[in-house]
Structures are given as C-alpha cells and as structure tokens.
Design a protein around this ligand. Structure first.
Ligand code: CA
Ligand code: CA
Length: 216
C-alpha cells in the first residue's frame, strides 16, 4: 500500500513539473517581428489559395491610404477590419474541434485593434488589444515590431471551447494575414495526456484488486 501511495505521489509530482498547465487559459505565446518574405508557421488560411471562413471586414490585395495597409510579409490578399471596410470581422473555427494555438500576422498594430476569442455561444474567453502586443501600438506600416507574427496558446477547457475569433477596430484598421490554426497538441501536452491516461489505468487496476471479493 505504501508503494502505491508513493507511486501516485511521484506521478503527481511529475505532472506538476510539466510546463503545460491544465487550467483554462489563452495567453500570448510569442510575438515575433515580421519578415519579408514571411517566415512564420505554414498558414492554414492565406486568403489566396487557402480561403478563410470569415465574415465582415474586407479581403483585399490593395492597400488604401488612410484605410488599410497590407501587413509586412503578407502576399496577395489580406483581411482588414475597420470602420471603412467593416468594423467587426468573424473567423469561424468550429470545423476544428480542439485548437491548441493560433497565430497570424498582426499588421500595423494599433492600440484600438481588439481581438476576442469566443466560445460557441458567443461568450468571451479572452480579449487582447494592440497594446498587449506592442507598445506603443502606433500603427507603423513598415516596422517589423509593429507587423509581428503573434502566437496565442490555449490550455485546459479553452482548447475545446474556442469556436470563433472576433476582430474589431474603432479606427482604420486591423489588418491580418496568414492565420495558422493548430489542432495538434504540443509534445509537452501529449506527455501530460499520456501520463494522465497512465494514472487512470493504474488507478483502475488497483481498484479492481482492492474490491475483488474474497471467499477464502
Ligand atoms: Ca495572403
Ligand atoms: Ca493597423
């Protein structure tokens, strides 16, 4: 019995030591200055050959002075949201099931750009503004720091709950391209899941042994 408790304690400590939290959270994983050409993760949606399930805003390949600018590193079409092109843009992610991270080029980051992660009922899971990405978020159209590839990491129940992204911008504009939606767990997440399955299996084996009726 002592060794059983000891094994559970060792396994629990190992789970606690892993870097991935089981708590629901959506956090900024990385903000990588933009490059020309683009060197971020392979896009799921580039608004060109890989069309995106978006409504609102405008998909265009043309920068318009005072309205929207193609993000640094973006090619072909990009997606822009703002008062002129449509101030609310929605990307539907319900076809993915679980989502472990989302990244995209956030072009000419402005303090008045807002990104919201929503669940299937429209409930807010997490909200970020341009000022969370870079300060000052002054909308510079050529500075790599203000046209970064931003990656958001999801953990816990948020992995399953995320259903759509909502982009809003109270002034022109919130420009984006090259969205990558990752539905495959990271290696560290896999390790934790496998350890979890192992613990459950171990517990079930022990319970069977302890509850077996004895007629001896
Ligand atoms: Ca594009
Ligand atoms: Ca902008």
């Amino acid at each position: 019995m002592r060794s059983f408790v000891f094994k559970i304690a060792v396994a629990a400590a190992a789970v606690a030591a892993l870097p991935v939290s089981a708590n629901a959270a959506i956090v900024i994983g990385s903000v990588t200055p933009g490059t020309v050409p683009y060197t971020g993760p392979p896009p799921t949606y580039d608004f060109d050959s890989l069309s995106a399930p978006v409504t609102g805003g405008k998909v265009t390949n043309t920068s318009v002075s005072g309205v929207s600018a193609q993000p640094l590193g973006s090619t072909g079409n990009f997606w822009t949201v703002g008062p002129t092109d449509g101030a609310t843009g929605i990307m539907d992610l319900t076809s993915f099931g679980d989502i472990y991270n989302v990244s995209f080029i956030w072009g000419s980051v402005d303090s008045y750009n807002t990104l919201e992660f929503l669940d299937a009922g429209g409930g807010l899971l997490k909200k970020f503004t341009g000022s969370d990405i870079f300060n000052p978020a002054n909308g510079d159209q050529t500075a790599p720091d203000l046209n970064p590839v931003v990656r958001f990491n999801l953990t816990g129940s948020d992995v399953t709950a995320l259903a759509r992204l909502r982009l809003t911008s109270s002034s022109n504009a919130f420009e984006t391209d090259n969205f990558t939606i990752n539905a495959v767990p990271e290696p560290a997440t896999w390790a934790m899941m496998l350890l979890g399955f192992g613990l459950v299996g171990f517990g079930m084996r022990r319970r069977r042994e302890f509850t077996s009726p004895s007629f001896a």
